[in-house]
Design a protein around this ligand. Structure first.
Ligand SMILES: Cc1cc2nc3c(=O)[nH]c(=O)nc-3n(C[C@H](O)[C@H](O)[C@H](O)COP(=O)(O)OP(=O)(O)OC[C@H]3O[C@@H](n4cnc5c(N)ncnc54)[C@H](O)[C@@H]3O)c2cc1C
Length: 388
């Protein structure tokens, strides 16, 4: 595993970041990983893990000091996502979704909004990024949820589907269309909806193939009234905010996928160094070594690209959408293929729930679907080369 130790050692972290990352690794290993099978089998939302994460004050690492946080580098944030996701992919995405949902508030909110709403997250709150609708998935601009201004309020009507943390969120970063703007894309707007707002209803939670302990909810808004002070930016600025936010959340879902990939790879290596057939360890067969060579090389290269993109963000790059798309696409395809190969390397045992790789293969699949399906990312990357 030397190559991966070398790669991990390239992470440039400050002293405080290193201490925090070490605490998260310990939490992931000693607390989160041992509970993962229970959460997968029961489908129970990992409140216990969320509580343990909040005891480390982890939400503070993406909230600026000016608002009471203790902001650290994007590199260190991604490493925390990766470690938590390797231990329990459901828990990893529950926490990462807090960042995905709150980042637009940090980047585009007013001082008043940040001072009022960010303490909810510092107190251990849960957030949802609320975009997808039953008839608007890959093309989110087809959303229909309506924001109608009414004096000092905005009245919301519509539905959303597949919302991570949806049944447990304290804050919803909610996208919809401004009723007074006719242009379909130009009307997209975004606001913060707070838990308990009358008219907000959790319609149901999905029964999923993987990530079984993360909540994926359908929501309905029936004349939900929020103060106009909760609108982010101006009416019609939602699409700009959405695209900027996705650029930061896509490396994060890639880190989640790479946590699953690393877990599957390590399990496979452990197993084939023990299991024997024909008097030899499985790892000693050349056909298996060729498989390992491809798995390890692809994983190492993709991890290196994760840290490259993370460094770009930390250095203040603005134009990294294609890099983020490449990373999300490759990391998620790799998570799926490495988890599938890890099951293969376990033989029949890999197909049974006694071994973690069975869960990792189910958990990996969603990473190719969300935050833009990989078909959409291939399209984005490919068309970036059209000469205009
Ligand atoms: C577990 C889970 C958690 C999720 N969490 C969230 C969340 O927190 N917030 C949120 O807003 N959403 C969330 N989503 C929604 C997710 O982002 C969407 O499912 C995804 O964007 C795809 O949309 P869709 O399911 O409507 O599929 P569709 O858009 O209907 O796509 C169906 C198929 O057609 C392909 N396709 C569509 N358009 C094109 C095209 N132009 N070119 C080529 N192929 C195309 C797709 O790649 C896919 O294979 C979640 C989904 C799941 C399952």
């Amino acid at each position: 595993m030397n190559v991966f130790h070398h790669l991990d050692a390239t992470l440039k972290l400050g002293d405080e970041e290193r201490m925090l990352v070490e605490s998260v690794r310990k939490l992931a290993r000693d607390v989160v990983a041992p509970r993962a099978e229970h959460h997968d089998r029961s489908g129970e939302f990992p409140h216990d893990n969320v509580k343990a994460i909040n005891e480390l004050g982890l939400n503070a690492m993406f909230i600026p000091e000016a608002y009471g946080g203790a902001q650290m580098s994007y590199v260190s944030y991604l490493e925390c996502v990766r470690e938590l996701s390797k231990a329990c992919a459901s828990t990893g995405i529950v926490w990462a979704t807090n960042f995905h949902a709150i980042k637009p508030l940090i980047d585009f909110g007013t001082e008043e909004q940040k001072k009022r709403l960010l303490p909810v997250m510092l107190d251990g709150g849960i957030a949802s990024l609320t975009i997808t609708e039953p008839t608007a998935g890959s093309d989110a601009t087809g959303m229909k949820t309506e924001f109608k201004p009414d004096g000092d309020s905005i009245v919301i009507n519509g539905t959303k589907t597949f919302i991570t943390n949806g049944a447990h969120a304290d804050l919803y970063m909610l996208f919809g269309k401004w009723s007074e703007i006719a242009d379909s894309k130009g009307s997209i707007s975004v606001l913060v909806l707070e838990k308990g707002t009358p008219g907000l209803k959790v319609v149901r939670e999905e029964d999923k193939m993987g990530l079984r302990a993360s909540s994926t909810a359908a929501l309905a808004f029936d004349n939900c009234r929020v103060p106009r002070a909760n609108l982010l930016g101006n009416p019609g600025e939602g699409l700009k905010i959405l695209l900027a936010s996705l650029n930061k959340s896509r490396p994060s879902v890639a880190a989640h996928a790479l946590g699953i990939a690393r877990g599957a790879f390590e399990d496979a290596i452990g197993y084939i160094n023990e299991r024997k057939q024909s008097g030899r360890k499985i790892v000693e067969f050349q056909g298996i070594q060729f498989m390992l060579a491809d798995m390890a090389t692809d994983l190492a290269m993709c991890e290196a690209w994760l840290w490259q993109v993370a460094r770009m963000v930390d250095e203040g790059a603005k134009d990294f959408g294609i890099e983020a798309s490449m990373l999300k696409m490759r990391a998620s395809d790799l998570a799926m293929s490495i988890a599938t190969d890890a099951v293969q390397l376990h033989g029949g045992y890999g197909y049974c729930k006694d071994y973690r790789v069975e869960r990792l293969m189910r958990d990996a699949k969603i990473t190719q679907i969300w935050e833009g399906t990989n078909q959409i990312h291939r399209q984005l990357i490919g068309r970036s080369f059209i000469k205009r």
